[in-house]
Design a protein around this ligand. Structure first.
Ligand SMILES: [Zn+2]
Length: 225
């Protein structure tokens, strides 16, 4: 378990990285990490990710109630908590609106991984595009669960991206990767069309993904080891 002080520093660091990378505007984006006591350390609502400091972080319980800190929780905390509920292995969640990937989500077009071999291993066969649901409705959070079985990165239709993982760095890198893939797919589509690698290769790469402990099958394999 990462010490709380280190987690606080990481939340501040990756908040600022999200802002520097242009993955958020205004008060967009939010980050959280699981604490040893079952509570969660999180960024507060209504703050630019450029201005997050250790002092402004909040701690919430599994129902989203503030346990410490002066800030209020963000609405999308429900999406984070739904992710932690479904995936006991997840230690951190990041949500942001990276503009190119979010453009795909607004257009209802999935970001493809099978264009690039490495992306299949890192992210799986697809980046799920979670169907739009009105914020704060039960459908909004329920829509995530089926996709989280195998994916650590979701695109939310008409909204943005959500990444989860064993730590904040991994979540941030997954956010970077989906934006990068979206840019590549966009460029390929402008040139001609985005083509996929052979299906047999995708299958082999998915086996490598499982061997690397990623995805549902990979997680099962690593708990057996
Ligand atoms: Zn959002």
């Amino acid at each position: 378990m990462i010490p709380r002080r280190v987690l606080e520093d990481q939340l501040v660091l990756y908040s600022q990285r999200l802002h520097q990378a242009g993955f958020v505007a205004n008060h967009d984006g939010n980050l959280s990490a699981r604490l040893a006591d079952g509570r969660f350390l999180a960024t507060p609502t209504a703050i630019s990710k450029a201005n997050v400091t250790r002092e402004r972080l909040i701690v919430v319980d599994s129902e989203g109630r503030v346990v410490s800190g002066t800030g209020k929780p963000f609405t999308e905390l429900a999406l984070h908590l739904a992710t932690y509920r479904v995936r006991a292995d997840v230690m951190a969640v990041i949500h942001a609106h990276p503009p190119v990937a979010t453009g795909f989500a607004v257009a209802g077009v999935a970001v493809r991984t099978a264009m690039i071999a490495e992306a299949v291993v890192s992210l799986g066969a697809v980046v799920p595009l979670v169907m739009y649901a009105r914020p704060k409705t039960p459908e909004w959070t329920a829509a995530l669960a089926p996709h989280l079985e195998d994916a650590d990165l979701l695109l939310l239709e008409h909204h943005g991206a959500l990444t989860c993982g064993p730590d904040l760095e991994t979540c941030y890198l997954r956010m970077e990767l989906v934006e990068h893939l979206a840019k590549i797919q966009l460029a390929a589509t402008q040139v001609a069309a985005a083509r996929d690698i052979p299906a047999a290769d995708v299958q082999k790469l998915l086996e490598a993904r499982t061997a690397a402990g990623l995805g549902k099958a990979g997680r099962q394999l690593s708990t057996k080891r």
